[in-house]
Design a protein around this ligand. Sequence first.
Ligand code: ADP
Ligand code: ASP
Ligand code: MG
Length: 442
Amino acid sequence: MRVLKFGGTSVGSAERIRSVARLVSTRGRNLVVLSAMAGTTNALVEIASLIKENQINAAASALDALKEKYAVVVADLLGDDRGYAAMAREAVKGSFDTIRNYFGTKRFTDVDERTILAQGELISTALMACYLRSQGVNVALLPALDFMLVDHNNQPLPGFIADSLNGLIEANSDAELFLTQGFICRNSRGEIDNLQRGGSDFTATLAGCAINAEEVEIWTDIDGMHTGDPRFVDGTRRVDSLTFDEASELAYFGAKILHPMCIWPARSARVPVRLLNTLDPSAEGTVIGLSDNPDGTLKAVAAKDDIVMIKVTGNRLIPPRGFFGKVFASLELCNINVDISDISEVSVALALGDDQPMIDSLLEKLSRLGKVAVEKGQVIISVVGDFTSENAGEYRGDIMEALSQFNVKMICNGASDSSLSVVVDNKDKIMALNNLNTKLFN
Ligand code: ADP
Ligand code: ASP
Ligand code: MG
């Protein structure tokens, strides 16, 4: 069995839903994971924030606009089929009623917000199930909220997911196809939660690991992983293959085509992942994890935004051993994740996401250890590929040459065999990415 995940654009209109339905109904008894239709999650985020601010009229008009969009989709998809069209309308209505029930609520909570966000995937899978059934496909719709569980640290629980998902599959032994929602899950308190934006990729690989899938296919709107982010970089090209390590570094360091955490389940279960294009289904795509051996080349460059750089210089009263220990203990105490770091005798430079709640408390703790300098508005750029290759020296030289005109504030290499990362100012990001793509790949 395979897991086939389709992102928002792939199910973004009635026509796209029909074409995904055709594709999945000819590929065997697989598990299909769907995102919400393109634009829906953003619209739901907006509606939730309007409800939170008690702007009920604005929330109602945004909800009406979304409702209108779905009415058109249902009519287009199932117009001729009264039975399934009525079922689809009923499912859509159920989700919109759920959202409307929050209008005017006194205390709008995070759980309420996440319940609203979940409606996008609940609707897209309901529509797909109705359409597939109208075409005579015996599909079992497996509720992700019954098997996708995260713990109190928002970490997925693979054992529970495997037991529950395999149980659901066994209970539907006559089904020709299985369908489920990406992104949504339950948390340790039993509430509706999610795997963060772009989380359907993570659902797909967690499910792939749970059912020990032959392969996970991530179907999207581009022909695979490119050498750079095509939204900012000219002349990028498709990458044929990546090791799990390479893909995981690219995902973590910002290649939006993959959710940052989605490679680890695939790697742990050794399930290859294939990135494929819904608009060109026969194209080769990018395969991840077929081999563990890097092939000596550089693969791609990714960028992670919203980084703050913190530099602590010890006052030399504390010996280096004690100083480093105290810096790391402060990070642990403040629950801070560091993306990359650089250490020398009595100074430590850290690059980390600026949205972590306890950064102020960290700065206060670090200021007791020495001089602290903070620079916001930074970006981490990571070049991913084989840095164990005999050409690695040349690669490092090319990277530095491509970045020579920028103020590179940190370089991190050596800690990973498959990436070299640098920190630059956000204003230099696009030009730096383009220079790197030209120098390394063209
Ligand atoms: P989906 O909705 O299918 O999950 P996403 O928008 O999340 O799709 O991911 C696909 C998009 O990721 C592409 O359209 C592209 O703009 C962007 N992207 C960013 N970096 C890369 C990269 N290195 N290679 C390919 N696509 C990338
Ligand atoms: N619908 C969710 C989002 O837009 C999850 C996903 O598309 O993967 O973030
Ligand atoms: Mg995505």
